[in-house]
Design a protein around this ligand. Sequence first.
Ligand SMILES: [Zn+2]
Length: 268
Amino acid sequence: MYRYKNIIIFFDTEGSYGFPDSPYININDNINNIISVLDNYRAKATFNICAKILYEHPDLIKNLYSEGHEIAAHGFLHENFLRCNFQYLKNIMDEIDRAFISILQKNPVGIRSPGLAMNLLSPTGYMHKIKYRGLLSKHGYKWISDNCLYPLFRQPYTNLKIKTTIYRLLTPIIARNISIFHILEIPILSPLDTMLFPPEIRFKTKYSDLMRGFRILRSFIDNSGEIFNFNFHTEIIGTGNRILLLDKILEYATSYLECKFIRPVDLI
Ligand SMILES: [Zn+2]
């Protein structure tokens, strides 16, 4: 077991564009809740944000950026990139650039494609992905994070032992950085919070479910190599009582393992 870890903390931030059935999302509150926990551990995180939200919350985003958190792209309106035709994808990329330049005066260098659409296991997805990587390269992207062993972990509660064993075997391979079009690939190395909690849970989670989520994340981090990432949604972890899970897992990472929190931009 590697005790020394470099940890990236991702927060996908998509508001009602990613969670259309949740009318009560308050992005400001959610991010402030998250920041108050991160600050306790002096952790800088990476927010993958739908670009439209940059226009809607310019001060919040500028503030995050100036405090040292990385701001990456996550579509414009959380479009499913696999279902977009190429011309439409090009338009989205232009829209994203415009939003980043208008609010942060710079192009994004990283992106998480919404919906984890670019799965290598789908042949059509693979072709689409090659073209898409070329497009990203033209737009000056330096890193991308949209590959994961998602199908394996769709039900993370079952066969956790088997899955973490497979994971341990595969991690050295997938954690090696594969560069296509000079874009650093950062595979998703932990279950997303949407997989840890039933999707209908928006406001409060049973303490026992939070602890189960904690044990799952802990087992993934224990079994990882020296680079690891946590993958949360601002809308899930930042609301209700789930911020407790963020606090607990960061406490574990800093107390029992030797951790350094990094951002993808530190790797390029
Ligand atoms: Zn998303």
